[in-house]
Design a protein around this ligand. Structure first.
Ligand SMILES: N[C@@H](CCC(=O)N[C@@H](CS)C(=O)NCC(=O)O)C(=O)O
Length: 204
């Protein structure tokens, strides 16, 4: 098995998940800035032209970071599961992961792609520059909503550290570097961020 890796928060999320699980895999570096991910032979591996991708030993490619993480979790049972053991735990992890993905990660990253990232992305995807500010505001509003729901909780799913925390951390770390810092009024998320930052996996 190997991971096609590059700069960016999506590969970071998978590397952090792997470090939490104690999984080490060979990394194949892909030049994202040079657009290697948007050309053959990479498109053969991931027709979406995005990073990262996991190649299994039988030659199958798994892409989409949450699917990659779930595959790694299911195939590495020795450590704690970052998805959950019971049906209820797994459903809660997916519920929060999807909320964070759709409400925060998508508007945050598209806000970046359509503004600061426009030069890089304008010939790769359909960019809507006039939507950038609205998308960034949406991400901020949903973070404020999440902040309220984090009151009294150690992690997104309560006491369990899960894939939802890894996803949120990787993208909030990225957001700071692209002029979308966390609103200091989001005190619960700020405290959660420092807790997650202290984990050895955060530097993956
Ligand atoms: N939904 C995809 C998103 C992947 C994605 O957007 N990856 C970024 C790197 S952080 C990328 O490939 N950007 C370069 C490009 O789109 O050309 C996933 O879950 O894997």
């Amino acid at each position: 098995m190997k991971l096609y890796n590059s700069i960016g928060p999506n590969p970071k999320m998978v590397r952090m998940f792997m470090k939490e699980k104690g999984i080490e895999l060979p990394l194949v570096q892909v030049d994202l800035m040079g657009g290697e991910n948007r050309k053959q032979p990479y498109l053969e591996k991931n027709p979406a032209g995005q990073m990262p991708a996991l190649e299994l030993d039988d030659g199958t490619f798994i892409t989409e970071i949450t699917a990659i993480c779930e595959y790694l979790d299911d195939t590495h049972k020795d450590g704690p599961s970052l998805i959950g053991i019971t049906a209820k735990e797994r459903a809660e992890t997916h519920m929060w992961t999807r909320r964070i993905d759709l409400n925060i990660v998508e508007p945050l990253t598209n806000g970046f792609r359509f503004a600061e990232g426009l030069k890089l992305f304008q010939n790769r995807i359909r960019c809507i520059p006039e939507a950038a500010e609205g998308l960034k505001t949406t991400a901020r509003e949903k973070l404020a909503w999440l902040d309220g729901l984090m009151a009294g909780k150690q992690f997104v799913c309560g006491d369990r550290f899960t894939m939802a925390d890894v996803l949120l951390y990787a993208f909030l770390e990225f957001a700071q570097t692209v002029r979308q810092p966390l609103d200091p009024a989001c005190k619960n998320i700020a405290a959660w961020y420092e807790r997650v930052k202290a984990r050895p996996s955060a530097s993956a």
